[in-house]
Design a protein around this ligand. Structure first.
Ligand SMILES: Nc1nc2c(ncn2[C@@H]2O[C@H](COP(=O)(O)OP(=O)(O)OP(=O)(O)O)[C@@H](O)[C@H]2O)c(=O)[nH]1
Ligand SMILES: [Mg+2]
Length: 444
């Protein structure tokens, strides 16, 4: 996720980082490198220009050049710019209260991920306590209805379909009748995609929109298409009107150009990102967290939230507190590994752990590595996991024997753990613990 951009950004910071004084020339070099990074990430030209100008202006101000740690100040400026360009505080869905019907219209080009995202959104809303009903209004592709039914079955959300129907508006009305009868309060309408924007598509969407008067009109666009996704958002907004965008396949997007340009170019908020093929691979779009990821700082909050989906609230709070208090132990790590395994999306989790970004490849995880780590950790005694400092040479060889690994591997694992702890310490200092705490308590 955004690996290339992250790499280029950290290259740019080399001009600045660690210097006790920086000159205007240093800033120019760093900003030039950032400009190249953004252009290579396929960010809209106008957006790049704005980004660069405002960064230079602020970075050359007295506050930075004269500050104690100008490098950190500079990084903060870039971070804050990224947050702004990614959409500021982020935007939630605006749905009606649970006693009234809300409708969400999903639209976009063929293969952009509408059907998958409809199901992901349904799962999410269900978890939030709403009663969603998926509505199969794609009558163009023969297998579309079936695909939605299967997904609905997987996530335990009912799907309304009418086999042989020809008019999507009729299908919507049927769904509404069912919703009234069975008290579903959120209709998520999956529509047909086309290879490109054309008149029949727009007409059809217009008719569904008039009938359903949706609370949300979400464009589903493929993040990897970069500026085309942004152009698409503009076009759909002009013709139909949008309330937000879902960027799918964010997991495979190494550049991030669409996400960074969308808000400035179209004025529309990016509300969700698709981060994989499974129904759970769907996140609220949080500009500050993504900015953190782009700058290689990891996303502790995101990680804790993911973990939270699997463990109870108390456990999540405990884990978070431990990270803040800097007493995260090997035991916690083992628990974390087990949770991660349960979730099956190891790679994504690891990306969110500070210090792990870019260090663990998919192969690592799939290779024996992960199993070895678990074996090593399980072969330690509780005492050892509680305080890794007691693990001397003889304990190391016992652990290696017990786990069927080598002493070197045990050593490597301990090193890795130390590194992780250091990163966590840094992160905990940067973040405001109260804000984190509040977020945890809200439970999302
Ligand atoms: N990796 C990844 N794959 C995704 C994501 N979202 C969707 N996909 C995949 O993209 C492909 C197309 O997704 P669909 O949901 O069928 O797309 P659609 O827009 O409904 O397509 P049409 O109905 O043909 O217009 C599927 O193979 C999905 O699994 C995502 O966030 N990440
Ligand atoms: Mg579809």
């Amino acid at each position: 996720m955004l690996d290339k951009l992250t790499q280029k950004m950290s290259d740019a910071f080399r001009f600045i980082a660690g210097k006790s004084t920086i000159t205007e020339k240093n800033i120019d070099s760093a900003v030039e490198a950032i400009k190249m990074a953004l252009l290579e990430a396929d960010v809209n030209l106008r957006v790049v220009r704005r980004f660069v100008n405002s960064t230079i202006e602020e970075a050359k101000g007295e506050k930075v050049l004269r500050s104690v740690d100008p490098g950190q100040q500079f990084i903060k400026i870039v971070h804050d710019r990224l947050v702004t360009f990614l959409g500021g505080t982020g935007e939630d869905l605006k749905l009606k209260g649970p006693d009234t019907f809300s409708a969400i219209l999903m639209l976009g080009l063929q293969g952009s991920g509408k059907t998958t995202s409809s199901a992901k959104l349904a799962l999410r809303l269900k978890k939030e306590g709403r009663r969603p009903l998926l509505v199969a209004c794609d009558l163009v592709r023969p297998a579309a209805m079936e695909q939605l039914s299967i997904l609905g079955g997987q996530i335990g959300v009912p799907v309304y379909k009418e086999v042989g129907a020809r008019d999507p508006v009729g299908v919507y009305q049927g769904a509404l009748r069912l919703a009234r009868k069975e008290l579903y309060n959120t209709l998520i309408i999956d529509t047909a995609g086309r290879l490109q924007i054309d008149e029949p598509m727009m007409k059809e969407l217009g008719r569904i929109k008039d009938a359903a008067k949706p609370d949300e009109l979400l464009l589903v666009a493929d993040s990897m298409t970069g500026q085309s996704a942004v152009d698409m958002a503009k076009a759909f907004d002009e013709k139909i009107g949008l309330t937000g965008v879902v960027l799918t396949k964010f997991d495979s997007d190494t550049r991030g150009g669409a996400a960074l340009s969308l808000k400035t170019v179209t004025g529309k908020a990016l509300k969700f990102i698709g981060t994989g093929e499974k129904p759970e691979d769907f996140e609220h779009f949080h500009p500050d967290r993504i900015a953190g990821r782009i700058l290689g700082m990891g996303d502790v909050v995101g990680m804790v939230e993911k973990v939270q989906g699997l463990i109870d609230q108390e456990e999540a709070v405990r884990l978070q507190k431990k990270m803040e208090k800097e007493n995260f132990t090997l035991d916690d790590w083992l628990n974390q590994l087990r949770m991660v395994k349960k979730m099956g999306s190891i790679q994504k989790m690891l990306e969110m752990i500070p210090g792990m970004t870019g260090q663990v490849s998919e192969e690592d995880v799939e290779k024996e590595d992960f199993k070895h780590q678990e074996a090593i950790l399980s072969s330690m005694t509780g005492k050892e996991r509680f305080n890794y400092l007691i693990i001397g040479p003889s304990r190391r060889s016992r652990i290696a024997r017990g786990s069927g690994t080598s002493v070197a591997e045990v050593g490597r694992l301990i090193k890795k753990f130390e590194k992780m702890r250091t990163m966590m310490k840094k992160m905990a200092k940067m973040k405001n613990p109260e804000a984190l705490q509040q977020m945890m308590q809200r439970g999302r």
